[in-house]
Design a protein around this ligand. Structure first.
Ligand SMILES: *Cc1c(COP(=O)(O)O)cnc(C)c1O
Length: 398
């Protein structure tokens, strides 16, 4: 490990424009929360994705919370949510005292299985207990197959919330990821395609709903000169300084997407011929950003497990990650209902057991990527080293 520079999974990548916008914010003394940079950032993101408007928040998680509340979620309700995702997709369901029902992935997109969703709705109808919303996640920069998914939601009159935290810039049949459901959310956390260091946004074509979200996110202050509150609010707004950083990042978003796609192309070129490796497919319905290059290893056909490969990369000071541990397997969500893709197939569990995400930053140099590729090839040819044999993340725990 000594002497080898660390290669990160998805580090921030500055454009040089950020300082200009931040300087404007300082020059105008607008360093306090809200202000012209926030307004401009909201307008620019909404314009980029083709939504009527946006409300920026201090995290993507907060934006999901606001979307769920707009959908009317309250204690004792249920919400359908993709199983294969980061915890933040579902924790706001718990904030509201509601219960998640997890929906598996399908093999073609790694995203929500419409078959599993349909079964969940049929059961909900039978039980007379419709969910308040469906949260669909667009994983690793690729949209879910939202045509059939939104059709199902429309049929049951349940609002669709797109967790597009990982898919800003992706498209689905010509539309921007995040703009197909009633509400979409983006994250500008440090590891995302573009970052404000921390931040998020709720987008929608429903201006009235956005106004309401802005109200809740700003402590729900009634329009009175004295401090008066009739509803429960939150302190969720984005700082004007961070919005300035986001505007600088947004200037180069198309370049960032092109760079991530190129990183994927290089991995694919160099590794696709190895027996037992399968990359996350790019569905024909749109453009994936390849925010992260993800792949899975056929168990039994590869010399190492995905867990051993992560360890082998770590030994070379390279940060790789398992695919998200499905939420229905998380201790936090023990006892929650789960609908697998089919009776005999749980896609999210297979992807978790065997999947891996490789360093995918838009600033990953070719030389650094060569180091990753070399290590992956060597591991898959030679099998696990001493440290690899000790660790398998699929095992142990729930
Ligand atoms: C990053 C992420 C979030 C949360 O965004 P934050 O801005 O970190 O709160 C939510 N969902 C998914 C799928 C994410 O990857």
């Amino acid at each position: 490990m000594v002497g080898k520079e660390r290669i990160y999974l998805s580090p921030p990548h500055l454009s040089g424009w950020e300082e200009r916008f931040v300087r404007d914010a300082f020059a105008s003394n607008w360093v306090a929360p809200l202000g012209p940079q926030v307004d401009a950032f909201e307008r620019e993101v909404a314009d980029y994705v083709g939504a009527k408007g946006g409300v920026s928040t201090n995290t993507g998680t907060a934006a999901i919370h606001m979307a769920l509340r707009l959908a009317g979620t309250a204690a004792q309700d249920t919400v359908f949510c993709s199983a294969l995702t980061f915890v933040a997709s579902a924790s706001p369901i718990l904030y509201l005292g509601a219960a998640p029902v997890f929906i598996d992935s399908e093999p073609a997109t790694w995203n929500m299985s419409k078959d599993a969703l349909q079964r969940a709705f049929r059961d909900a109808e039978q039980d007379g207990r419709m969910p308040k919303a469906v949260i669909v996640v667009n994983l690793y920069g690729q949209s879910a197959d939202l045509g059939p998914i939104s059709e199902i939601c429309r049929r049951y009159k349940v609002p669709l919330i797109e967790d597009a935290a990982e898919s800003l810039g992706a498209t689905y049949r010509g539309k921007a990821s995040g703009t197909i459901g009633q509400f979409g959310i983006y994250s500008f956390n440090g590891n995302k395609l573009i970052t404000t260091s921390g931040g998020g946004m709720l987008v929608s074509n429903d201006q009235q709903a956005l106004e309401k979200a802005k109200f809740w996110a700003t402590q729900a202050r009634d329009p009175a000169r004295h401090y008066q509150h009739s509803e429960l609010g939150y302190n969720y707004r984005l700082s004007n300084l961070l919005a300035a950083v986001g505007r600088g990042q947004l200037q180069v978003i198309e370049e960032r997407i092109a760079a991530r796609r190129l990183v994927f192309e290089r991995y694919h070129q160099a590794l696709h011929d190895i027996e037992g490796i399968e990359f996350m497919p790019e569905a024909p319905f749109g453009r994936a950003t390849r925010w992260l290059t993800a792949l899975w290893l056929h168990p039994g056909r590869c010399a190492v497990t995905a867990g051993q490969l992560v360890e082998a990369l770590e030994a070379e000071n390279i940060e790789a990650r398992p695919v998200w541990k499905p939420l229905h397997l998380q201790p936090l969500f023990q006892g929650c209902r789960y609908y697998p893709h089919s009776a005999g197939e749980s896609v999210s569990e297979r992807l978790f057991q065997n999947g891996i995400c490789l360093p995918s930053g838009s600033n990953l140099s070719e030389a650094a990527q060569e180091r990753v590729i070399d290590c992956v090839r060597r591991s898959l040819q030679n099998g696990p080293g001493a440290q690899g044999a000790m660790f398998e993340y699929g095992k142990g725990g729930r």
